[in-house]
Design a protein around this ligand. Sequence first.
Ligand code: HEC
Length: 302
Amino acid sequence: MLRTNTKLRATIALIITTFCFLQVTAGNNWNVPADKKTKNSTFKFDANTVKDGESVYTKNCVSCHGNPTKGNSLKSLNPVPPDLSSAKTQELTDGELFYILNTGRVIMPSFNNVLSEEDRWKVIAYIRSFNKNYVQQVSTNDATKSQLVKADIDFNKNTNRLTITVKATEKTGSVLLKNDEIALFANRYFGRLQIGESQRTSADGVAVFDFPKDLPGDKDGNVKLVVKINDDTYGEILRLKTMQIGIPTDKPALNEKRAIWNVLAKAPYWIIILYTSGVLAFGCVLMYLLYSLNRLRKAGNN
Ligand code: HEC
């Protein structure tokens, strides 16, 4: 009886310990695919890239991660965002850091469509500047390779679908880019509007997007499309195309309307009236004061 009890306890203890261990290791495991781990920046990190990276960091990361080495990350979050100068983070490869920035996880946001590929590498350059032992490996992929990539965009009026075919023109001929991540955006007044979810290209390099029927274009219905392609060999590629597929909208530009932020001649009427009557009232009070003073002076003289 006593012996089974001890055995049982030992087994439970073992299960609990294993579970705790798994929990702890799970916290550090980003499950980065092997081919992403070895990805490197195409440019060398130097004082300038670190400086640019610092300003990217200040705008996008400092609110959660705090300043590297200062231990001032946002402690109210669970998990607490790690100090990125810590040994644990610095053990990750550049490719792993890049992958984490791209995908995010629960609280940690994905920066794939927020920061350009260049800015993502620059912020990694900044993170690395806190590691004296860091030796950078620069990618041997030629950055100019991205110029070989073309995106053909077709629109089908009946189905309201955009078919995007991506290919690279190599000396040996055209290569269809399969399993590439494609994101589609429409340029708006402020930033870009993503259309649908990002997709992966099929075996013939094709991704299909449903285009919203009610998206406003300019007065002729033109919409500026931005196609973002992510390819392991050719890197990140942006292709722009203006297409007449939106709802024609005759929207005056923001600075043509009467609005608080505009010049006085184009300010809203209520501001002009309020301002003018204010100035008039002040003038009247001033006149009255001068008149009274004058009367006092005259009375004193008598
Ligand atoms: C909204 C808060 C938040 C913002 C903003 C944020 N992060 Fe994170 N980040 C986190 C959290 C929380 C974790 C831990 C996630 C986990 O382990 O699941 C994390 C994890 C990481 C990791 C993994 C570190 C490790 O050792 O495992 C890296 C690298 C990272 N963030 C970089 C960045 C960079 C660079 C930026 C800015 C471009 C940024 N983060 C912006 C919250 C944030």
